[in-house]
Design a protein around this ligand. Structure first.
Ligand code: FAD
Length: 476
């Protein structure tokens, strides 16, 4: 018997699920027929690399954390590990803006938590009072509430509001474009809560986690020069991975540019368990359905069949990025870092800027500079939807002001991503476990995975996608 599996969504979650479904089914001697459906014309979802005039421009994600192995394993499985590239050795310092000036991030900060108290005490980013308040964490008893807590409440309680406003918020919220007071600590940075629980305090706990953590075991197949890079990417951009997955999945059927409009359960005596109805009217028969789309799209599809309260609780923030290319000769300054973060209190439109050509040498010709500026965050999303000319002007003004330059770009590339950053609310882990249990009881054969559930980073999406694939195969 052949099991027909429809994977809804051709982003990295859908593609990696499909890849492992195909590979593991073959290994286990199970026969499956895969169909990948996406409403967009191209595979990749948020991953979208543009090659233009010798530049490699990432319109979505631009790199990934090297210590998270599922993505490296996938690169190896796809035979593209030799395409990987490391961050520039000399472009690693990041800066944070305070009172209109850029300050280097103090050495020894781990996700914004001080672990080297000497360098922390020397930083110009915080007032003396703010630093003293942070260090009270070393003396304070643990006061962890039962269950989950917001990231903002936790950090303010432990290390004080000043560091949260000027370091944690721009740094951590940058990853989620979120509001720390609404994000779940357990679903985003559980290691912080663990530090307090196991060591009585955040700083001591983070120091201990750093000392005791097993050295990062870079896999053997990773070339020597890539082993020390915290972040990695691909020389021709992250779309390399999408192209390789596309190739590897040649035998899977596709329906591109034709979104799923409905999922309909069929009766016991029917030829399949579900009908997947596309917007074009085409109907696909399915024994298993894997939904990998954004939570709000998944909620729309599943709401007629099951209670989707938990999916509706996951809000999404709209962001945009504005990439600007310059002639290097028009810059009268050089920049030694990877970029800078802009706290809300600075009153700029941009939330961060990556000095892409310095952080990633493969992205730009030698005589050019490539900057990627981000706009939009929770509570400040309208800016991401400004008309092109207004957005370009606003971003250029901010950049010229911060960097003290008057260079004008050769070209500007805008990418808007409406409702693209999932915000894991307090209670997210319990919520999603409850939802999955209900789904398996009420709609057996329908599964969910993707960035809305078990981590937004690319490696987490791949890990979750593989887990979903193995779970489905176990039921066949
Ligand atoms: C601006 C930005 C920057 C980021 N930077 C990084 C980074 O540098 N590193 C990192 O690790 N992560 C980063 N992330 C996170 C990461 O890119 C995403 O979490 C990940 O790509 C999501 O993949 P996914 O497959 O789960 O979802 P998506 O990529 O969103 O794919 C979902 C797919 O479902 C399709 N779809 C939706 N509804 C339907 C329907 N009804 N029928 C059919 N198809 C449908 C959509 O068209 C889409 O293709 C970033 C995210 C954003 C938005």
């Amino acid at each position: 018997m052949i099991d027909r599996i429809v994977v809804i969504g051709g982003g990295i979650s859908g593609l990696s699920s499909a890849f492992y479904l195909q590979r593991e089914a073959e290994r286990q001697g199970k026969r499956v027929r895969l169909t990948i459906v996406d409403g967009a014309p191209d595979l990749g979802g948020k991953i979208n690399t543009l090659q233009r005039d010798g530049f490699v421009i990432e319109r979505g994600p631009d790199s990934f954390l090297a210590r998270k192995l599922p993505i490296l394993e996938l690169a190896k499985d796809l035979g593209i590990e030799h395409e990987l590239t490391a961050q520039n050795e000399n472009g690693k310092t990041s800066y944070i803006m305070r009172d209109g000036k850029l300050h280097p991030m103090p050495k020894g900060m781990v996700l914004g938590i001080p672990t080297n108290l000497d360098t922390f005490m020397q930083t110009t980013l915080l007032s003396e009072e703010g630093k003293r308040r942070s260090l009270q964490d070393l003396e304070m008893a643990s006061a962890a509430p039962e269950g989950d807590e917001s990231l903002g409440d936790f950090l303010s309680r432990r290390i004080g509001p000043e560091i949260v406003k000027h370091i944690s918020e721009p740094l951590l919220a940058g990853i989620y474009a979120g509001d720390l007071s609404k994000l779940s600590i357990q679903a985003t940075f559980p290691q912080f809560a663990e530090a307090e629980r196991e060591h009585g305090g955040l700083i001591r706990g983070t120091q201990s986690q750093q000392q005791n953590k097993a050295p990062h075991q870079a896999p053997d197949y990773l070339p020597e020069e890539l082993r020390n890079s915290v972040f990695l990417s691909f020389k021709q951009g992250l779309s390399t991975m999408v192209r390789a997955l596309d190739q590897a999945l040649q035998s899977a059927e596709r329906r591109m540019g034709d979104a799923v409009a409905a999922i309909k359960p069929l009766g016991d005596d029917a030829d399949a368990k579900y009908e997947v109805v596309l917007e074009s009217g085409e109907v696909l028969l399915a024994d298993q359905v894997l939904v990998t789309v954004q939570a709000f799209n998944a909620a729309d599809l599943l709401e007629p069949l099951v209670d989707v309260t938990e999916l509706r609780a996951i809000n999404y923030v709209s962001v945009a990025n504005v990439v600007m290319a310059f002639e290097k000769s028009t810059f009268d300054k050089t920049f030694d870092g990877s970029g800078f973060l802009v706290p809300r209190s600075e009153g700029l439109r941009i939330t961060a800027c990556t000095w892409t050509s310095n952080k990633w040498l493969h992205t730009s010709p030698d005589d050019k500079v490539l900057l990627r500026c981000y706009v939009g965050r929770a509570g400040d999303e309208e800016v991401a939807m400004l008309p092109d000319e207004e957005l370009k002007k606003a971003v250029l003004e901010d950049i010229q002001k911060v960097l003290g330059i008057d260079a004008v770009p050769i070209f500007t590339q805008i990418t808007r991503m409406p409702r693209s950053m999932p915000q894991y609310p307090v209670g997210h882990l319990d919520n999603t476990a409850r939802f999955r249990k209900r789904l398996s009881e009420e709609l057996p054969g329908v599964h969910v995975t993707g960035a809305a559930f078990g981590g937004v980073g690319l490696p987490d999406c791949i890990r979750s996608g593989k887990e979903a694939a193995l779970e489905i195969l176990a039921t066949l």
